[in-house]
Design a protein around this ligand. Sequence first.
Ligand code: C2O
Length: 490
Amino acid sequence: MPTRERKDVYKLPAGDNTLEWYGKAVAKMRTRPATDPTSWSYQAGIHGFQKENPYWAHVGPVPSPGQQTEYWKQCQHGSWYFLPWHRMYLAYFEQIVAKTIVDLGGPPGWSLPFWNYSDTSNPNATKLPPAFIAGTAASNPLQMPAAGQYPGRRHNFVEHKDVTLAALRTLVFQGAPTGVPPGFGGPVTGFSHSGKTHGDLEHLPHDMVHVDIGGAMGDPRTAGLDPIFWLHHANIDRLWQVWLNLGHSRHNPVDTAWLNFAFDFHDATGTPKALKVAEVLDTTKVLGHGYSYQGVPTSPPATAAAETMFANKLFAAAPGDLDDGMPPEVAAATDTSLTLDRSNTTTSLQLISSGRKTGSLHRFNTALPGLVGATATANTSHVYLNFENITGKGVPPAYDVYLNLPDENRPDDAHFAGALPFFGVEAASSKDSQHNGSGQHYVFDVSDIVSTLKENSQWDPQHLKVHLQPRETPEPGCTIEIGRISLYVK
Ligand code: C2O
């Protein structure tokens, strides 16, 4: 079988029937019972499941608890398994859809398109592809049906600032054990259904796209029910290959703990299968037939010059940061936890001067000037803003984060650090067999902001303030608590 090409959903030629057949397969899969591994419900349950969740209200009989432990609620988040697990998940899903299409009398070799919301050459890129919003949920299987008072989706678009590709600048795949820095692909963990620290790509754009679309997509326990989920993840999977192709020392982990880790799935005939991470690293070999992404070479360019050319197409500036291998250390932190409510919140961070790692303050003092010093050592100095032990209830809106915002009523891009998506925070807060209950961590690299502020003489480490602003009014009953906000420096 030839390698399949996963195409850009916005570049499908006129008359192409990829989405039409996808819709037919979705409709067919929705008629299968949740106990059938090739059903729509079963496929979504592999990602996450919550019996009492309104989006699951009409599911009917579900797999036994034993079956669920092995095959459901498996999605890997806040982990270096995030990328390979979702790659496997998509590969089997694609195979099931393709077989369903053939069984319906359609063409063989269906491949999953991707939604490239970051494509600046496409003015519509941030909008959901029209086929997913046309008609009503009753007439169009690519819509996400509402669940009572809960809309299928909250928005039909994502914000431009939520789909930037800053993650591609990160050179190292695996995050530090502390999660600072989180790495391109996430920190080293074991099986991690809802881990603590989300890797750079997982945070932005991955989590942000989930919460921007909202509805079922806004929670990992329901996200797989929305047909757009799979096109979103095809794009995240594509960005993994794009990242590798950027070269300059970017590479996948070589640890056997990562390579040999296996996950359980079912194939298109409903037969149990297991895949090891090592078996999915070359996309052209996945499940035997393999796939590639339209416009993306399947292996990195062979020479450094070609790497640089590829990088220059994506970034105006340097293709990445050098890593001096020194672990970042805490330099400032809040001294109490913080509860977020519906209004804007500002909190200050105190310098940690004594009684802790004595090297921190010293490094803080020497590293920061380096960010803008005449002998710019900017490549090895980093400042990270961390949100630790985030716990909560419900599905909160995203909160925008600003560092040292001079006027709280005037959000200013020069101080914008990014947004907190809280994707999956409720599950990450509950202590049970699959979650450790200590909540989520999000890490922002704020080095660029700090150096800009320093250049404008607006940077004073004695007065560190973090400003948090909800994008929408949180639903009643939705709460967020942040254990600590800290600043790490290296
Ligand atoms: Cu496992 Cu986009 O989520």
